[in-house]
Design a protein around this ligand. Structure first.
Ligand code: ADP
Length: 432
């Protein structure tokens, strides 16, 4: 302030001196003109600088404006520093804001921010996908106008957000199960967190189905067994009849045993997520074993053919491989009517992959069943499966063993003609 007063006093003094000097030499008119001229110089200079400031302000380039000299230099310098600092602050706030947005976008969960009127303030791309929203279009729209599900509207209206809400059949294909919960924050605002629980729900449903299936599978032989026991208790049977009943009871007990064994095998396979070890499995030994079992099962009713086309070995877990191959062979025999033919073959294809295939001349399988055959307890021919001692778990076990050996299970079947089940192993598991 002091410097302004001094400068002003200096200017007035200069104008005064100039006026006195000019009037003493050239007359009073020149004196006034000289005084005005001295006063006008800083005024013009100020006006020029103001015009420049206006130009740079309009162009938003105040920071790059060349500094004038004199009194205006300090003003411009301070102004430039102020603008530079403000812009830097804005940039760092923007960066932080963008980082938050990026973090929210990276979240696998849907996030929606609602204001105190339940209008959408912001939502991430996942939430857009879950609810068919478009943030650019739907910003500041009330969410209950956009998500029209009655249970959601009720949840929002009740305002009891301690519990999450499960929304079924959501998403564009109506195939998502979403768990949504609102969390209050700030000034009557709410954060909606939405988690995709489709897989969890599916796993839960599968677990329930599985328990129901196992119970059903066990209940049938137990009921039959109890029926026999009651008959034996209430009737006075002779030795031959008793033996007949014992045999039937034994077959039911055997059925339960097979079921429990298959369930245990499956549970062990499911618990073991590691790839199978690379132990050399001698194929002639495996094929001989399979042939023996097949002959016992077929009892001469089928034409059996076991062949090794290429004498290469398989690297894997022998016990599991015998179980998987055995399942395929036993299925072929069990589902192929008498006088049919079953061929099991081990070969190496032109790509160097190992293939174990079992072909039969049985009833074949209609194409709509093929993708579901490896599901637990899925059966095409329920009664044939039961009559021949099937548990409905064989192909599920084969599939798990195939996965542990990075093998593919390929099913090729023509109804009325027969089926070929092939296990294709990667060349890394073949030793020639
Ligand atoms: P199961 O113990 O019932 O045989 P699997 O899991 O081994 O159970 O097989 C599932 C279903 O696939 C069987 O119930 C049967 O309907 C069908 N299937 C399996 N192998 C054959 C085959 N070689 N020919 C015809 N159908 C088959």
């Amino acid at each position: 302030m002091l410097s302004v007063i001094i400068r002003f006093a200096l200017l007035i003094s200069l104008a005064f001196i100039a006026a006195i000097l000019a009037s003493s030499h050239l007359g009073s008119l020149f004196g006034i003109a000289a005084g005005i001229a001295v006063l006008a110089i800083p005024l013009i200079y100020s006006y020029i600088n103001l015009a420049r400031l206006r130009k740079y302000t309009i162009a938003d380039t105040v920071e790059s404006m060349p500094l004038p000299s004199g009194y205006w230099e300090e003003i411009f310098f301070r102004l430039q520093r102020l603008v530079r600092n403000l812009k830097q602050q804005i940039r760092s706030v923007e960066k932080q804001h963008n980082r938050f947005i990026e973090a929210f976008q990276a979240s696998p969960n849907g996030i929606v921010m609602l204001d105190d009127q339940d209008q959408i303030e912001w939502c991430n791309a996942i939430a857009e996908r879950f609810f068919g929203l478009n943030f650019k279009r739907d910003a500041l729209q009330r969410i209950n106008f956009l998500i029209r599900r009655p249970e959601f509207i009720q949840y929002l209206t009740r305002r009891q957000f301690d519990e999450p809400l499960l929304l079924e059949r959501m998403g564009a294909a109506a195939n998502l199960s979403l768990m949504l919960q609102a969390f209050p924050f700030g000034d009557k605002r709410h954060l909606l967190l939405i988690q995709d629980v489709t897989d969890l729900q599916r796993a839960d449903a599968m677990r329930r189905d599985f328990v129901a299936n196992v119970s059903h599978e066990m209940r049938t032989p137990i009921t039959v067994l109890m029926g026999f026991l009651e008959t034996m208790q209430s009737l006075d049977l002779d030795r031959a009849q008793q033996n007949q009943y014992f045999e039937m009871m034994m077959s039911q007990a055997q059925r339960m045993k097979s079921l429990v064994e298959d369930l245990l095998t499956l549970a062990n396979l499911e618990a073991n997520t590691l790839p199978a070890p690379l132990q050399e499995i001698k194929m002639p030994t495996v094929m001989a074993l399979l042939k023996n079992d097949a002959e016992a099962l077929s009892q001469g009713k089928h034409a059996l053919n076991f062949e090794i086309a290429t004498p290469c070995h398989l690297m894997g877990e022998e016990r599991e491989i015998i179980s998987a191959f055995g399942n395929l062979v036993s299925n072929a025999i069990r589902y192929t009517p008498d006088v049919g033919a079953v061929t099991a073959k081990w070969s190496i294809n032109p790509e160097g992959q190992g293939e174990f295939s079992v072909s039969d001349t049985g009833p074949g399988i209609a194409s709509e069943h093929l993708s579901r055959l490896t599901e637990r307890f899925y059966r095409v021919d329920r009664s044939r499966s039961r009559d021949t001692g099937g548990t409905g778990l064989g192909l599920a076990i084969v599939k798990h063993i195939a996965n542990r050996h990075q093998a593919q299970l390929i099913i090729d079947s023509t109804p009325g003609k027969g089926s070929t089940f092939t296990l294709r192993f990667p060349k890394e598991r073949i030793a020639c």
